[in-house]
Design a protein around this ligand. Structure first.
Ligand code: HEM
Length: 582
């Protein structure tokens, strides 16, 4: 479950909920349902959507979760966010608000929903393997660290509350200033010791950074340590090698379960005279941590600020900022998720929420679910709660002014072209054209891509090591496919329906396809049979659709066209193509 959160939350710049006290409810709703322990790893079930449809503060997060951002091509190709608004405090003690961002150097890229479903069966470790292999190969996944800085005086100049963790600051309003770069250059030697036992504690702050009154952050400050104390077996988990401070720790903590440091001296308290007064707490002048002295005025109550009651404006902004293809993906994702809910009233209520975000979005989803619009919801959102102040505090108000669009939120609209670390399947059987394959491997490798030989059998094929036997992989595990010539090779591929399916699924998922010599004939036959027909044989059509078909050109020229097609990531004009797959 925490892994799910890692993926869901870290790569999204806002949260599902506004207040940490709702965290257990969110997790209980998302978990496998108590009566049957299903589903194990999906949000497509009733309790999750019941909660979400009644917690409209989640509307913005849901747009992200149902968008392409939630199905990245790789962990190396997704953005990361600090989510909360933090403080940066300079040497003079002046505080500014800050949002932290990680931008992947390879750019953002996503896969299709259909691929995600298939990948989870074909290789449940797809993302873990991808990251491990990229680091191992020396490709060094990189992210740039950036900050959006807001002067304290500007806190109220936005149409939303800076301390509301369900909101982001559009990059167009406050540009991101890049500060540095992180490169992952080493894998753990031992996964358990170096990863499972890590304790990231959000209350561990360094001088210069402080938290704000964001109520979600406040809950996290105690919750992580509380969990780590039991997860890692007691108060001395910071002595495990992976958690141990590199600088010597000089404090008055002693003893406790599994203590390994042997502290000399008799004085473990402050003030003392027996230890010469040491250790003592370092103040600001000595570089010690000092909390930002924020003036506070007002009644201390458990309530939500009125400024937290705008639930929809940024959900609408996110949806508006997507390209038509990305909007269609959100609609399809919601149809899938809500289509799996058993209770019609949950589906309806959720469509009612979507109506508050965008009319076309709600209609698209409602059509897929067979729901008539407008949905009639009884206030408060059909919820059986007593009519007291509590109920009122969760009710959304009218949306506040926000930018209508933030172009930075689209993935397709911000494509970073390139083929570095892209996995290419070279589909062969005995008797392939060795010259073509050699040239293709050389050219792809020089461009930074990762060619893999996929053959109809394992072991060796014509003296070349087979990376994967065809029956062990699926097209969804690769970014592109190349089918070289060689009469015998192609004749064997024709006998394997898995080879034709490989080509067709690659086509359906809008990925680059290249074929030369007799391989070209094979690809054309597959596409003709699938109903993309005569057009597949037309070179102009092929080029416009990311298909490089060449019966005669020089292998280097073919490779160059293929690399160009791959660098576009996907050929989106294929997305509507219906394939006849017999
Ligand atoms: C912005 C919202 C949040 C983000 C981005 C976030 C992110 C994360 C991440 C990345 C982890 C580590 C996952 C792992 O090691 O596999 C984690 C763990 C955890 N989170 Fe959160 N979280 C958020 C909100 C919350 C809230 C509101 C609570 C509780 C009120 C909470 C409680 C926990 C706990 C108890 C752990 C386990 C800590 C441990 O055992 O080391 N989180 N969270």
């Amino acid at each position: 479950m925490i892994d799910y959160l890692f993926v869901a939350a870290i790569k999204e710049p806002r949260s599902f909920i506004q207040d940490g006290i709702k965290f257990p409810d969110l997790i209980h709703a998302l978990k496998p349902e108590p009566h049957n322990e299903i589903p194990q790893a999906q949000s497509a079930h009733d309790t999750f959507w019941d909660f979400i449809s009644l917690s409209t503060e989640s509307a913005h997060m849901i747009m992200w979760l149902m968008s392409d951002r939630a199905i990245p091509r790789s962990l190396r190709m997704m953005e990361g966010f600090g989510v909360h608004t933090f403080r940066l405090i300079d040497k003079k003690g002046v505080s500014r608000f800050v949002k932290f961002h990680w931008k992947p150097v390879l750019g953002m890229h996503s896969i299709l929903w259909d691929e995600a479903l298939k990948i989870s069966g074909a290789d449940p470790d797809f993302h873990r393997r991808d990251l491990f292999e990229a680091i191992e190969s020396g490709a060094g996944p990189q992210w740039e660290l950036g900050v959006q800085v807001v002067e304290e005086a500007d806190e109220f100049k936005f149409g939303f509350d800076l301390l509301d963790p369900t909101k982001l600051i559009p990059e167009e309003l406050v540009p991101i200033q890049m500060l540095g770069k992180m490169t992952l250059n080493r894998n753990p030697e031992n996964y358990f010791s170096e990863t499972e036992q890590v304790a990231f504690c959000v209350s561990h702050l360094v001088p210069g950074i402080d938290v704000t009154n964001d109520p979600l952050m406040q809950a996290r400050l105690f919750s992580y340590l509380d969990t780590q104390l039991s997860r890692l077996g007691g108060p001395n988990f910071h002595e495990l090698p992976i958690n141990k401070s590199i600088a010597p720790v000089v404090n008055n903590q002693r003893d406790g379960h599994m203590r390994s440091t042997i502290n000399p001296g008799r004085a473990a308290y402050e003030p003392n005279s027996l230890g010469g007064g040491c250790p003592f707490q370092a103040g600001a002048k000595m570089g010690g941590f000092v909390s930002f002295p924020e003036p506070v005025d007002g009644a201390k109550v458990r309530d939500r600020s009125d400024s937290f009651r705008d639930h929809f404006s940024q959900a609408t902004m996110f949806y508006n900022s997507q390209t038509p293809i990305e909007q269609e993906h959100i609609i399809e994702a919601l149809r899938f998720e809500l289509g799996k809910c058993e209770f019609p009233e949950i589906r309806e209520r959720m469509v009612g929420v979507l109506e508050q975000i965008d009319a076309a979005l709600a209609k698209g989803v409602a059509d897929g679910l067979g729901i008539k619009l407008p949905v009639k919801l009884k206030p408060p959102m059909n919820r059986q709660v007593p009519a007291d102040a509590d109920a009122a505090r969760y009710q959304p108000t009218k949306s506040k002014p926000n930018p209508k669009k933030s172009p930075a939120l689209s993935i397709i609209g911000n494509l970073v072209p390139g083929v570095k670390t892209r996995k290419v399947a070279i589909l062969v059987a005995d008797g392939f054209d060795a010259g073509q394959v050699k040239t293709m491997i050389n050219e792809l490798t020089a461009a930074g891509a990762v060619p893999k030989i996929v053959a109809t059998h394992g072991g060796m094929v014509d003296g070349m090591k087979v990376d994967f036997a065809l029956n062990t992989v699926k097209s969804v595990l690769f970014d592109a496919i190349y089918i070289p010539g060689g009469q015998a090779s192609v004749a064997t591929l024709q006998l394997h329906s898995a080879a034709a399916l490989f080509v067709l699924e690659t086509y359906k998922h809008c990925k680059a396809i290249c074929a030369s010599g007799e391989g070209a004939e094979f690809v054309q036959t597959c596409l003709i049979k699938a109903g993309v027909a005569s057009r597949a044989t037309d070179k102009v059509f092929a080029a416009a659709n990311g298909v490089v078909i060449s019966e005669d050109e020089k292998p280097k020229a073919v490779a160059a066209q293929f690399i160009e097609a791959m660098s576009q990531h996907r050929t989106w004009n294929r997305v509507k193509t219906e394939l006849v797959i017999a």
